[in-house]
Design a protein around this ligand. Sequence first.
Ligand code: MN
Length: 304
Amino acid sequence: MKSGFFREGFATRFDALGALGQAAVYGVNNPCVPAVEPEAPEEAGHPHYRAVFISDLHLGTPGCQAVALLDFLKAHPSTHLYLVGDIIDGWQLRRRWYWPQAHNDVVQKVLRSARKGCRVVFVPGNHDEFARGFIGHSFGGIEVIHDAVHTTADGRRLWITHGDHFDGVVQCAKWLAYLGDNLYEFTLRLNRHLNSLRARLGLPYWSLSAYLKHKVKKALNYVMDFEAAVAAEARRRGHDGVVCGHIHRAEMREIDGTLYCNDGDWVESRSALVEHLDGRLELVHWAAVSAAHARLQPRARVVV
Ligand SMILES: [Mn+2]
């Protein structure tokens, strides 16, 4: 079913990828694509990065924080840009078409970066697995690769993969969406209401919060297992580290001597991984709401 998506979907209404490809070929003449703004030095004043890694944008869904992402991209010009999967959400677009201007702007920005000499590499994920049909091809200067290897300025070899291949049970990841700080309090409140209702119906006490805590703990175990599995595979392949996405959980730490980096997502956490010119890696949590504030935002969590 999943692989069939591309064949049906692309033929009928997969304008998103069409926009990408056609913008590359026809530029401003494509009606799907608005006139490209001139090659303005929008990055002027921003430091240059050696590499930027982003994943899980989920363009084509209302959850995608495209405006913030565009701000982030403008503020982080780079020599290499890695799109680490789940860039365009083919799964959701197939159910319901959603493609606002801001999502086009992101695509345009990436294409413009490629035109200006940034090496853009797209490693498809599970939500944009239709692009796995184009591995080895390039669209408007965006190379589509199954998995990549990036060597940092200080000589570390990082394996770039979306990470869904390590996902034994993809459904588990859905629980991660519910892992918020307020979850526990909320469930306790819900639990009270639920049990007063159950008491009135003559039913015995049942702890919703205990049930959910159990589920959340399982989800956390899942995260740990995922991280360990990805790091172990990178090590087995002889790399110094790995950059992945998929579980929407930004992280950078050593796991048994292998550097595990997860660049997070642009649905919930607005996070990215960047490599400085000297090879230092940093997780960026982009809290900016507008370009005006963008430069003032503090950076969280530095360096391995
Ligand atoms: Mn994914």
